[in-house]
Design a protein around this ligand. Structure first.
Ligand SMILES: CC(C)(COP(=O)(O)OP(=O)(O)OC[C@H]1O[C@@H](n2cnc3c(N)ncnc32)[C@H](O)[C@@H]1OP(=O)(O)O)[C@@H](O)C(=O)NCCC(=O)NCCS
Length: 180
């Protein structure tokens, strides 16, 4: 399985979309996440190619994840189209679910969509009995690292040369606290 949470393709995005500068105040409240449908495949592929420079999920891989009952692929719509998606893997033998991919359309960033998708997937993992959620992120992906840190993810281990271009990664984990 290829590394999760690939490098954002900032070079391919409009200047305002680069993830490094802090984003402005939120203009919109995020719509609710919903399960992805087969009809979303083209929009998911477009999000992939706009968001990641390499190691993209192929059409075939996305279709596979869409049809694997133990995976959760959620989207949030803007203007009737998926503007963000996130994929969680929940194999039976794992104690922690794994966030495998998360991408928000450059025009919809900074509006809480990433955080909303993450929270929705965490709720799914908790309901399915997992102890928490684990993920990998590039050390140089400041926006994603801030999102995960704010959501309670803590560094588990450093992953030297984890990515195809030799970049360092971090494995992060969030342990669920027992419900009151
Ligand atoms: C990382 C990404 C998913 C964040 O999605 P988003 O919808 O823009 O994030 P949100 O609006 O939900 O922001 C939630 C938190 O993330 C952090 N964050 C988001 N964008 C940020 C930015 N440009 N700079 C710094 N922190 C940022 C902040 O902590 C923010 O909380 P705050 O608004 O209270 O400060 C999005 O930038 C993206 O798709 N990037 C390209 C693909 C990618 O890197 N995916 C992750 C792979 S691990």
């Amino acid at each position: 399985m290829r590394p999760a949470c690939r490098r954002p393709d900032t070079a391919a995005l409009p200047e305002h979309a680069a993830p490094s500068p802090p984003h402005p105040a939120r203009p919109l409240s995020p719509a609710s996440p919903r399960p992805a449908r087969p009809a979303d495949l083209a929009a998911l592929l477009a999000l992939e190619s706009a968001s990641f420079a390499g190691d993209r999920l192929s059409r075939r891989a996305l279709r596979h994840h869409l049809h694997t009952p133990r995976n959760r692929l959620l989207v949030i719509d803007r203007h009737g189209q998926p503007a963000a998606y996130a994929l969680l893997l929940m194999p039976r033998r794992w104690r922690h679910a794994r966030l495998y991919s998360l991408a928000v359309d450059a025009r919809a960033r900074g509006q809480g969509l990433g955080r909303a998708l993450l929270a929705a997937l965490e709720a799914e993992a908790r309901a399915a009995g997992y102890l928490g959620v684990q993920l990998e992120v590039r050390a140089d992906n400041a926006a994603a690292r801030a999102l995960y840190a704010g959501a309670g993810y803590r560094p588990l281990t450093s992953l030297p040369a984890y990515y195809a271009d030799g970049a360092e990664g971090w494995r992060l984990r969030k342990e669920f606290t027992p419900e009151p």
